[in-house]
Design a protein around this ligand. Sequence first.
Ligand code: SAM
Length: 454
Amino acid sequence: MVPVEKNKEYEVEIVDNGFEGEGIAKISDFTIFIPGAIKGERCKILIVKVNKTFAFGKLLEVCTKSKYRVEVDCATYKRCGGCSLRHIQYEETLKLKRDMVQNLVTKTLNTKINVKDTIGMQEPFHYRNKLQYPVGYDKTNKPVMGVYANRTHEIIPVESCLIQNKEAEEVAKAVFEFIKENKITVYNEQTRKGAIRHIIVRIGARTNEIMCILVTNEEKIEKENELVDAISKKFPQVKTIVKNINKKNTNVILGDTNVILSGNGYIYDKLGEYTFKISPMSFYQTNPIQTEVLYQKAIAFAKLDKDDILCDLYCGIGTIGIFASSKVKQVYGIEIVEEAVEAARENAKINKVDNIEFIAGDVEKAFKELVETRGVKPTAIIVDPPRRGLDTTTISKILEIAVDKFVYVSCNPATMVRDLKMLEEKYEVKEMQPVDMFPFTSHVECCSVLYLKN
Ligand SMILES: C[S@@+](CC[C@H](N)C(=O)[O-])C[C@H]1O[C@@H](n2cnc3c(N)ncnc32)[C@H](O)[C@@H]1O
């Protein structure tokens, strides 16, 4: 029998923190998740949802505070849900993230390795190089730009976001002001009418070059040229403005068509000693400072040498492969987004890297083809898949070809550990290093190294 009732208050001890940083309490062994509560605290809660095996509670009062609780410094924190760990001291969030990965390892893997301490940031603020704010109408039918309230499509205005790049935010605000002043229509999700759906701003943190993307539901934006002129004049660092047309009734932000309104349609950024071209559709890590840390770790873990044939699977615009190119004989990068592959090829040229080849395709097929049809014999593999992790065909292929060095970079430790469990058939997991790419959010990036057994 479920020992708690909806809409009833309880006083509980927080015994742990869950995967999204939420507090976990037990009443007669029944689990209650409480966002905003910290392990070690005693809290008054209101039960808001009850399932068969667990319930959700709303934090009403913290009776005994954790020594790690801090004043929240963000006005939209409670509703936005982006930085779900803002109420916890930064150093402690790093420990929480490490423990989260350790729990997964201990539960799932045969090798009970000790996960390393999370590498944090010196200044965990304004680290994002990509801002994407939805635009729509508020409850009073006024245009609004901001962030979606947690788990809803209501847009709450954002004055200043503590994790966004400040300049990028200024550009977004100026675009939105222009939209309001000139009565350019904004998108209404219910009627599916109105033009502007999202304002996206990408910035090269090292080059200071800015790309602005206006995601629109209509082919033509009213006063489009005036908007471009005003923004380019006010912000000379805006190197390109792109109109992205998305008429679909979908949560996917970008549509398939890009129209360049000013500049070349791309910007450059630098990582380490390399320059990278970034285009609207390509994936580029959002925290450039920690990206360098992550790549250096991944490459050091791989212990690459001059004879190595390295495969960089899910290579995006070729960043990891290019970073590693000087250490190995040859690199092959595989990536599904054509535009990213084109950028990767150009990035290799820009950086005068000539021992790298990029292949456009689904890793599931293209990697198999590379090995079976072309007879390429990789000696090292670095994978950096999207959140869903690796597919089983690729895992089987990695097991079959049994490379000496295998590094798994992941933004989702749960799927990473799931995949590593299968790879344990032939590999031993040696090290696991969490890197804090997304400070104050519950996300954690992780890098693991595996060596072939025997
Ligand atoms: C987490 S990103 C990593 C990109 C790159 N390694 C980096 O650090 O910037 C994952 C990449 O995998 C690509 N991708 C997703 N599914 C894929 C698939 N089935 N085959 C090949 N690439 C895929 C995405 O487009 C994205 O560029």
